[in-house]
Design a protein around this ligand. Sequence first.
Ligand code: GLC
Length: 556
Amino acid sequence: MRITDTSDLWWKTAVVYCLDVQTFMDWDDDGMGDFTGLAQRMDYLHDLGITCLWLMPFYPTGDRDDGYDITDFFGVDPRLGTHGDLVEVIRTANDRGIRVIADLVVNHTSIQHPWFRSARRSKDAPFHDFYVWRSDEPPDTSDQVVFPDAENSIWEFNEPTGEWYLHHFYKEQPDLDVTNPKVRDEVAKVMGFWLQMGLSGFRMDAVPFFLDTVGGDQKDFPDPHEFMRALRAFLGRRVHGGVILGEVNLPHAQQAVFFGGPEGDELTMQFDFLAMQALYLSMARADAGPLAKALLDRPEVSPDNQWATFVRNHDELTLDKLSDEERAEVFAAFGPDPSMQVYGRGLRRRLPPMLDGDPRRLRMVYSLLFSLPGTPVLFYGEEIGMGENPELEGRMAVRTPMQWTDGPNGGFSQAPPRKLRRPLTTGGYGPEFVNVADQRRDPESLLSFMKLLIRRYRECPELGWGGFEVLDQPHASVLAHLCRWEDGAMVAVHNLGPEPQTVPLTLEGCDSSHRLEDLLQERSTPLDEKGRAELALEGYGYRWLRVVAEGSRRLL
Ligand code: GLC
């Protein structure tokens, strides 16, 4: 292990946990989660084993897009607490070895942001040039809107100036003009501010839109990637080990560009949206092929970069990169009712209901998530198997309050239910059946299983650091892969189908002096003189195996 390689790149073996303060824990009983409630739950998060907390937007907001429309980049939504309360959260987290990052939403502001309120008044108003305008009638752009249920153009007419402004998302989210150096300086200032408050980096929202210069009128703007490089360098100067985890839902080849190519000097990490979508296709077909292909298609990235893996997030489960037929297959398997679908491209569901609550399948998927090469990201509530509330509008279905107990409001708040920020999930996934208190002391619970996966992931540097190979074996429903780093190697086998399988494997470079040690259970499998073994897998079975050479010092 080389010192230059390891601890500084903490995020290569991190476990990231995303939560929204407003729906996590309400400590002052006004129905809205708050920083104090979150601080009270820090030991829970520490016990779970996460090492990085990603806070969804906590800034003052116009409340059009659940906090992703910000009215003050330097502020804290007073309903959640104060800057002081946030600092206590960061401090409490850091004390337990957890770093905190937060959403950086700088592609756009809220329409109510003072910049835009000024900008829209007249063509020479202060801040007019912070936004992107056009004075001629826009063409049909209905195919470019992100929220087709609410918008039919990315341009909105502004009466006082007789111009149209650009908004990729809701019309209440006007896009900032990144070609304007003043805007670029403000973005850096926002980052600098929150880093000074103790954040370890950002989850950068909607990066391709943010760097998009179409419609900008500052002619001498350099390559937007130069700006991204400048931001990354700025971050590195301000905070040792600072990260930018970028939301870039583009084909892998384009993601490579957002990493900064071989230099790796732009986004530190990116979500692997392609592998995530392929995972669902693989599950729908009980065929590991699409997932294996997506993982093998990942471009080589610099050691300074990392893929972030995930199963669900706060948005719709987007399937936009699948073909129409493939998407239809996933819809049919996991969300056949049109009410479960959204924007024609995704599902507004959490994982357990999609799998009809099948615990074997659920555990297999999380075992897969934690054994794939990359840094796993969890969305709050996944660790206890929360479901969605289909009664809520659009994507809000998956953003219901955290379920702590089977008591009133799931222990989230003591406010009267009508005052809650958002209703809880009801029915079979409601707090009565799914909650932290019931699972905490139950060694057989999903929560206990998640803790085990997290612990093992952290003990297997091969997963965060290593090279990845798909191993040959005869079953379409099985993914067998190997991660290798320095003298360590581990094999993971997952059965995406319901039938038990026996998986023959040959491990190159191994012989009968090696053996396979199961990491999730007590079991040891010898290899023969040619490095061969047969592994038994149940339907939806999964095994993690460390390749042990004689004299190995790796943890078993
Ligand atoms: C990102 C966020 C999403 C938000 C959008 C606009 O895609 O994940 O929740 O609506 O950006 O900020």
